[in-house]
Design a protein around this ligand. Structure first.
Ligand code: TGC
Ligand code: FAD
Length: 396
């Protein structure tokens, strides 16, 4: 090399507070020590490293941005940086923490009553309990308002009886508590309204079978929630969530985190491709010396920097309470696309070796195909942003 080369021409370091830098460094050290050594094996065997759940709790990764109830109370940037480090290892590991934090603990914190918060949040924060979030159904994906799962209020106590099927549910086979969204006809209203329910493992009529055969997110457990007349006490209804904006509010939290997390996946594939290109020689010189390889590295590097700046700026907006759902759609959509494109390009830099498990790139690439689809597909976010720009909804 003729000049002093470095992998990044910009990092966030100088924009971060001391606390944020500390959180970032300790998250990275934790992930390198505890996740990196075994992630490839877990991915190959399609297993989730359950032994890490209490460790995530000790690190403050579970409900990281919530205040009280044993949660770490991190600001949005610190929260984002922890997800970046988790997803640098594997999107499935980040998924576990995203679901627990944003889709289970956040709605209990935001929509639950004090008894519900006291009962569930401390256990979810330590990892004693695992949670899952049931919105999607076999026939309701991008259009969750069309869900069929329903809840009927019965008897003097006002308990609910739920029936229906939720599909593609991260963590359901290992969950102790499920946040389930269902339609119910409320007293005095003509149309059914979507409400959220907390349902515990062991409830009669509840089963959560695992979905096998995934070629993406193999180190994450996915399954169903099948509800066959499950009786749920009235005390387990989330009082503060009415209508589709209940689950969509949770998704806004999780999508923000994904916008950060996928930058970690992009950094992992970029760093791997750059070091490979510097070592690998063809035609008598390192392939990093060819202009076409340099162009690939430059595109990935510059895209990572832009993604970081968007996530950082939106993180500060979130901290000030000014981040809108449409801005969250932007960071989810664009950063996921960036990471997916980067993984594909990085794979090509490794040539044949790019498809081998030991280099990790194919695993990230396969995972990112899921991230492109879940939490609102790329297309749905395009339309959400399009609606905000034009005032015209093009969903149907
Ligand atoms: P729309 O009329 O737009 O909205 C209904 C009500 O909700 C409000 N709202 C939001 N609130 C908070 N955050 C958001 N992002 C919101 N978007 C809309 C809205 O203001 C309205 O409130 P109100 O008071 O007027 O009633 O609803 P729509 O039926 O037209 O749907 C819009 C659309 C298509 C964008 C929405 O349905 C959507 O986002 N669909 C995608 C579904 C999705 O993302 N599913 C994700 C399932 S969970 C998952 O994938 C977890 S993966 C986990 C992991 O492993 O990490
Ligand atoms: P569909 O909605 O059927 O979409 C299929 C295609 O049609 C997509 O390309 C989509 O963009 C396009 N499309 C649909 N509508 C339109 C439109 N109006 N205009 C243009 N294009 C359109 N869900 C949960 O509730 N909880 C979870 O924990 C969870 N975890 C998941 C984990 C994994 C591994 C996966 C794969 C999914 C998970 N999901 C979860 C479900 C996920 O959110 C859905 O897969 C996603 O919302 C898309 O729904 P769908 O798969 O039914 O696709």
């Amino acid at each position: 090399m003729s000049v002093d080369a470095k992998p990044y021409l910009f990092t966030l370091d100088h924009l971060l507070t001391d606390d944020e830098r500390l959180v970032w460094r300790s998250a990275r050290e934790f992930c390198e020590r505890n996740i990196a050594p075994t992630i490839e094996k877990h991915y190959e065997q399609a297993t989730f490293p359950r032994e890490l759940i209490p460790e995530f709790g000790k690190m403050g990764f579970l409900g990281a941005s919530l205040e009280g109830y044993g949660c770490a109370g991190m600001n949005p940037i610190s929260y984002g940086l922890t997800l970046l480090e988790l997803e640098r290892q594997d999107s499935g590991i980040r998924s576990f923490c995203s679901v627990q934090s944003s889709l289970v603990m956040w709605p209990i914190h935001a929509y639950g009553d004090e008894d519900q918060r006291q009962r569930y949040l401390p256990r979810l924060a330590t990892g004693e309990y695992v949670g899952c979030f049931g919105l999607t159904e076999p026939n309701s994906g991008s259009d969750p308002g069309s869900m069929r799962t329903h809840a009927k209020q019965q008897g003097k106590g006002g308990d609910f009886v739920l029936s229906g099927q939720k599909f593609w549910i991260t963590n359901s086979p290992i969950a102790d508590v499920c946040v389930v969204w269902a339609k119910t006809l409320e007293h005095g209203s003509e149309a059914p309204v979507i409400r959220g329910f907390l349902i515990e493992r062991g409830a009669k009529g509840l089963s959560m079978p695992e979905t096998h055969g995934k070629l993406s997110m193999r180190a994450s457990v996915t399954g169903e929630i099948v509800l066959d007349e499950v009786r749920v006490p009235k005390a387990n209804l989330l009082p503060g969530a009415h209508g589709l904006k209940g689950p969509l509010g949770c998704l806004t939290q999780a999508r923000f985190g994904i916008g950060w997390g996928v930058i970690g996946a992009a950094m992992a594939v970029y760093e791997r491709a750059r070091s490979y290109a510097l070592d690998r020689e063809q035609f008598g010189r390192p392939i990093a010396g060819f202009q076409l390889t340099q162009q690939k590295l430059v595109e990935i590097h510059n895209d990572i920097v832009k993604a970081l700046l968007l996530a950082y700026q939106f993180g500060r907006l979130k901290q000030d309470g000014r981040l809108t759902p449409e801005q969250v759609s932007m960071v989810k959509r664009d950063n996921v696309r960036m990471a997916l494109d980067s993984a594909r390009t990085a794979r090509s830099i490794l040539g044949g070796n790019g498809i081998m498990g030991e280099f990790g790139i194919m695993r990230h690439l396969a995972n990112l195909e899921t991230v492109f689809t879940y939490e609102g597909t790329h297309e749905v976010h395009t339309l959400a942003i399009g609606r905000a720009l034009t005032g015209l909804a093009a969903f149907s």
